[in-house]
Design a protein around this ligand. Structure first.
Ligand code: GDP
Ligand code: ZN
Length: 300
């Protein structure tokens, strides 16, 4: 069907490079430029953005960026629905703090979190799975080697824009290749992966797993750069821990920070085993970090 000229079409930016945007529309992918105000203004289109475009003499133009649900700086991607946090209990063992940190950042930005315990063929990672199931997260136990859990993960991603994160070597590339074989990501060669544009601007691409289902990836890395990710206000941190939810508001002091205050319902819950000690330890560490950041330093 020929594309109607000048009519506005809504689509999603799946790739952006040097001022050109590939927009996935119901009629196919259209290469677009940004309208002048989008090139000069503060608002630059990002991969993941939902946009309105027009097509004139076969050339696409991004006219407007639709309101964003969230947006990350590194990698530059907007409207992430779900963050898959990879972990393993063997070669390498994942520190719970790494998981808790990214899970809190995602939670603060309204991004759903799934914990994927990979390398289950070598070690089922029962303790990790238990901690995160108890904390209320969806947990999938997978093996990129045997294919275990892959279809379960695929089902969780359906209709969403997903990003993957996790410590190096945990199997993100291997699993992405299983989900989307045309990606052909290099596996295992850590030094090679790091060598690729480590300090250059990372452009993000969305790979289509199914209709309306995407995985965001930075070619050569396959991970969210968590060092540079957004910070959280210390007062908001508690809300980024879903397992604290039912205890918040039950403390003696209304503005309880759940550290050393008397009558704290959160610390009581830790004592009773209703909150996992490792989760609470991570909260304390992240609270310390968040205390060092002043409100005006946080991007809106
Ligand atoms: P990434 O750094 O997180 O992208 O990890 P890779 O996908 O590059 O995997 C690192 C190494 O672990 C490679 O040698 C993979 O073959 C291996 N690996 C990945 N997933 C699994 C798994 O589920 N089981 C086993 N046994 N090995 C795996
Ligand atoms: Zn408290």
């Amino acid at each position: 069907m020929p594309m109607q000229e000048n009519k506005r079409i809504t689509g999603r930016i799946i790739r952006s490079l040097s001022g050109f945007y590939d927009v996935q529309t119901p009629g196919g992918v259209i290469s677009c430029r940004g309208r002048g105000h989008l090139r000069r203004g503060a608002e630059t289109p990002l991969t993941g953005d939902m946009v309105e475009i027009t097509v004139e003499r076969g050339k696409g133009m991004v006219e407007r960026i639709l309101p964003r649900k969230n947006c990350f700086v590194r990698p530059a991607v907007a409207n992430v629905d779900i963050l898959v946090v990879f972990a393993a209990n063997v070669n390498p063992v994942t520190e719970p703090f790494l998981i808790d940190r990214v899970a809190a950042i995602a939670g603060d930005q309204g991004v759903e979190v799934v914990i994927c315990v990979n390398k289950c063929d070598l070690d089922p990672g029962l303790d990790l799975a238990k901690i995160y199931r108890n904390a209320g997260f969806a947990v999938v136990q997978t093996s990129a080697e045997t294919g275990e859990g892959i279809e379960q993960l695929r089902a969780l991603l359906k209709g969403k824009l997903a990003a993957f994160t996790g410590n190096s070597g945990v199997g993100k590339s291997s699993l992405l290749n299983q989900l989307c074989p045309e990606l052909r990501l290099p596996v295992g060669e850590v030094s090679e992966k790091l060598g690729r544009g480590r300090h250059t601007t990372r452009h993000v691409e969305l790979y289509k797993l199914a209709e309306d289902t995407y995985v965001a990836d930075t070619p050569g890395f396959s991970s969210f750069d968590t060092d540079q990710m957004e910070v959280i206000l210390k007062e908001n941190l508690q809300y980024a821990f879903p397992d604290f939810g039912r205890f918040i508001g039950c403390c003696q002091f209304r503005d309880c920070s759940h550290r050393k205050e008397p009558g704290c319902a959160v610390t009581a819950a830790v004592g009773e085993g209703a909150i996992e000690p490792s989760r609470y330890d991570s909260y304390l560490k992240l609270y310390e970090k968040a205390s060092l950041i002043k409100e005006w330093e946080i991007k809106s």
